[in-house]
Design a protein around this ligand. Structure first.
Ligand code: T5A
Length: 207
C-alpha cells in the first residue's frame, strides 16, 4: 500500500482555511484520491473535548504551559487514532491547522520558547511532518473581519490585534525556514483566484 500524503492548511483567523479545505477535498475526490478531512485542535472524541476547553471563553484562565500541553495532548491522540491510520491505508489527510499553528500562536503570539515547542513536536510526532503545507496569508484585519461576520469570537479570537500580527509574522518565519514544504497562497484575493493558486500547487502531487 502506498502511503497517503499529509497536507495541512495554515494561516491566521478567517483567512479561508475551512472554506478551501472543502474545495481541495472535492478536487482530490474528482481525481479519485481517497481523502480524510480533519482539524486541530480536534479530530478525535478526546481531542475535540480538549478543543472545547481551549476555545471556550468562559473557563478559568488557562496558563500558557497548560495551553501548550493541551494542544500537544490533543495532537498525540489525533496522530494515533486518525492521521497515522489514514496515511497507512493510502488516504490523503487534509488537516485544518497542525504544528505550524503552534509555532505561530504559542511561539509567535504567546512568545513561548521555540525549543520547548520543538521538544514537544519531536516527542509527540516522532518523524511525522506534513508533506505539504498551504499557508493562506492575508492582512490581520481582513481575516478578523471575515471571522467576525461568521460567528462570535472564541478565546483566541478575543486577543488583541498585536497578538495576531505576531502570529502572522511567525507563520511567515516558518515559511522562510521550510520553503520546500510550505507554500504561500495570497488569501486577500477573490476566492476563485485563491482556489486556482491552490490547484497550481496541488496538481503536481497527483502525478
Ligand atoms: N490554535 C490551533 C493554536 O493556538 N495552536 C495550535 O497549535 C492550533 C492547532 C482554532 C484556534 O486554535 C488556535 C488557533 C485558532 O484560534 P480554528 O477554528 O481552527 O480555531 O481557526 P479559525 O482561524 O478561527 O478558523 P476560522 O473558521 O475562523 O477561519 P478559516 O477557516 O480560516 O476561514 P473560513 O474558511 O471559515 O472563512 C471565513 C469567512 O471568510 C469567507 C468565508 O466564506 C467565511 O465566511 N472567505 C472569503 N471571503 C472573501 N474572499 C475570500 N477569498 C474568502 N475566503 C473565505
Amino acid at each position: 500500500m502506498i502511503r497517503g500524503k499529509f497536507i495541512t492548511l495554515e494561516g491566521g483567523e478567517g483567512v479561508g482555511k475551512t472554506t478551501n479545505l472543502a474545495f481541495i477535498k472535492g478536487y482530490l475526490q474528482q481525481h479519485n484520491v481517497p481523502v480524510v478531512v480533519t482539524r486541530e485542535p480536534g479530530g478525535t472524541v478526546l481531542a475535540e473535548k480538549i478543543r472545547h476547553l481551549l476555545l471556550d471563553n468562559d473557563s478559568e484562565t488557562i496558563s500558557e504551559p497548560a495551553e501548550l500541553l493541551l494542544i500537544f495532548a490533543a495532537r498525540a491522540q489525533h496522530i494515533k487514532h486518525v492521521i497515522e491510520p489514514a496515511l497507512a491505508q493510502g488516504a490523503w489527510v487534509l488537516c485544518d491547522r497542525f504544528t505550524d499553528a503552534t509555532y505561530a500562536y504559542q511561539g509567535g503570539g504567546r512568545n513561548m520558547r521555540i525549543s520547548t515547542i520543538e521538544w514537544l513536536e519531536n516527542l509527540v510526532q516522532g518523524s511525522l511532518r506534513p508533506d505539504l503545507t498551504l499557508l493562506l496569508d492575508a492582512p490581520v484585519e481582513i481575516g478578523l473581519e471575515r471571522a467576525q461576520k461568521r460567528a462570535a469570537f472564541d478565546r483566541f479570537e478575543s486577543e488583541k490585534i498585536s497578538f495576531f500580527e505576531q502570529v502572522r509574522r511567525a507563520y511567515l518565519l516558518q515559511l522562510e525556514l521550510h520553503p520546500e514544504r510550505i507554500k504561500l497562497i495570497k488569501a486577500n484575493q477573490p476566492l476563485v483566484d485563491v482556489q486556482s493558486a491552490l490547484i497550481n500547487v496541488i496538481h503536481p502531487l497527483l502525478r
